[in-house]
Ligand binder design. Structure first.
Ligand code: OS5
Length: 230
């Protein structure tokens, strides 16, 4: 079983690469893929670069070129739910694209013909996350994560996204990974730790908490890898 673990930014994958044994770097499609092992399991780590297009390219490459059989995403997110504070973990049950808009043709926000507003993450991997959380006595929230090519630092936009998609957090890559994995029938899991609240302070908070929150998420995903069979 070869497991892909991806993030969007260097800070999101550095804690993963640091824990791999026998690391080999492979350059492909203008990106670096880190091959290694962790507790005897074959792992491929990559950061995609920011946004939906880069994330889709990386997820597709991990599956089609490097033959990964599942994709785990780790990184940070902006909180929508008031329950989520800096450093808290959210597991996506569903992912949607808040910036996908052909409402001029009568379609709902986030929908295009032959697509779906919400794509559901793998239930088995979400169960493993719950077991890890129980073992580690850590709280995780499950909820919808909204994705768009926009760093949200605006309370009005954040509220609109929360209300329109019933979303608890937002980021810029998760739904792209979901679209690719579901089209290719590969199980996927998206985990984020909160770095900011997508409000007027978001830019400042993001800079202050990117590294610490990215590590919270990366450590949790590695604990999941230890529990995954195969
Ligand atoms: O990957 C982007 C989405 N991430 C989640 C996130 C988020 N998304 C939307 N709105 C929010 N409020 C969010 N909070 C957390 C985080 C990331 C945001 S874009 C930040 C870009 C900052 C930056 N620009 N240049 N660098 C960093 C330096 C650099 C250099 C080399 C490689 C990468 C970055």
């Amino acid at each position: 079983m070869r497991i892909a673990i991806m993030g969007a930014m260097p800070e999101e994958v550095e804690p993963l690469v640091a824990r791999l044994d026998d690391v080999e770097e492979i350059l492909y499609a203008d990106n670096t893929f880190y091959f290694g092992t962790y507790r005897g399991k074959e792992i491929v780590v990559a950061y995609s670069k920011i946004g939906k297009v880069f994330a889709a390219l990386t997820a597709a490459t991990l599956i089609e070129k490097f033959e990964c059989e599942m994709v785990l995403f780790t990184g940070v997110a902006g909180a929508i739910s008031d329950e989520l504070k800096i450093g808290d973990l959210i597991v996506a049950d569903g992912l949607c694209q808040h910036d996908l808009d052909i409402t001029a043709f009568g379609h709902p926000h986030g929908y295009v013909p032959e697509g779906a507003v919400c794509i559901w993450a793998d239930p088995g991997l979400r169960e493993i996350a719950k077991k890890v959380a129980y073992d580690q006595k850590v709280e995780i929230k499950e909820g919808v994560i909204a994705t768009g090519d926009q760093f949200v630092a605006d309370p009005e936009r954040k509220t609109w996204i929360g209300e329109t998609f019933k979303a608890d957090a937002l980021e810029m890559e998760g739904a792209a990974v979901a679209v690719v994995c579901s089209a290719l029938d590969v199980p996927f899991f998206i985990l984020r730790a909160i770095s900011d609240s997508a409000d007027m302070d978001a830019g400042f908070d993001f800079d202050a908490f990117l590294k610490s929150s990215a590590k919270v998420s990366a450590d949790f995903v590695m604990a999941m890898v230890r529990k995954i069979d195969g």
